[in-house]
Design a protein around this ligand. Sequence first.
Ligand code: AMP
Length: 195
Amino acid sequence: MNLVLFGPPGAGKGTQAKLLTEQRGLPQLSTGDMLRAAIAAETALGLECKAIMVRGDLVSDAIVIGIIAERLGGPDCAGGAIFDGFPRTIAQAEALDRLLNSLGKQIDLAIELKVNDEVLIARSENRVKEMIAAGQAPRADDTPETLRNRLDVYYRNTAPLIAYYRNQGKLETVDGMAPIPEVAKSIAALLDGAA
Ligand code: AMP
């Protein structure tokens, strides 16, 4: 099962992807996590992406497609994967289709987590407060200005995936404002239906 989870920043993609990894053993391929790891390790890639990510813009299609192409060849992806935060553009979605096709695979399901902007803004504020309370540094892109930009970038570049996957007959939409266990249940039902 190859599953795409997409939605605006703070929709809960990472949370749901982690639950699915625990429950189904599918690896979570989060380009955001991979890029943050590159920044933490101060690799050339990390240095190239850092300022772009702090602004909340998208790093280039070529970079993220390259990271995913490398990762998809790993043995843990043989039985499928959960794509979390990738694709974020139509060009990325097309590249992912080509990559999977070349491996004799395809995307089985693309789930859009739908959440209102007001809820996303409140979630971001809460996340910052919680991290500060826990003595951790909040994410550099969790400021109100950057969040506004990340939302704009989402609607401009990523929301077209809704039509892309709908046209392929693979789109499902889940209410991402429901409590986490309910969202997980809805996703599980869709996966079981698609299996
Ligand atoms: P995320 O953790 O998924 O919210 O991603 C954090 C940031 O990493 C994004 O705001 C982008 O700057 C960058 N990023 C992650 N995934 C992608 C992608 N598929 N395409 C372009 N940029 C990405």
